[in-house]
Design a protein around this ligand. Sequence first.
Ligand code: SF4
Ligand code: SF4
Length: 153
Amino acid sequence: MGEITRQKLSRIFDMIWKEADKILAEWNPCQINKEMGTCMAGCYYACRNNAGFKNLIEFDKYVRDNSFCCDGCPHLGPEGCTVQALSCRLWLCDAARKYNPTAFEKLTILRRHMNKWCLGSFRAPKKAAINYAMNVLNNKSNNWVLTGIKNPE
Ligand code: SF4
Ligand code: SF4
């Protein structure tokens, strides 16, 4: 891997982010419609009796407040995500995966790169993700990458 520096991880982070942008722009797997307040999961789950939601009120809130899979995240602002969170950028729910398996495959390749560099902390802004990766890659903490344990999807 060569010497691990913040600058290097930052460059890798940016490269992965840029590639993800291209994939999402080309395939639009989430089909987000801000005016309607819907995304692929909204349509998908709605067609399946709102599976995954405890009740209609919960479903309604989830879909209509445009929070989608960001529901409950402290980084969610009125206009959407307020940080660069790579783990989120590369993640798709079941509905979006099924709607666009090609985009999912392409994002999966990027996720492997992200995981190789330990940059996939859950809902983490760029700086926090890099801090974590620095710690792990410099052997300051255990990690599945170094121990050979498979990363959970
Ligand atoms: S990943 Fe799923 S829930 Fe999240 S925005 Fe995309 S379609 Fe909606
Ligand atoms: S960090 Fe992730 S879950 Fe949180 S608002 Fe941003 S994209 Fe959504």
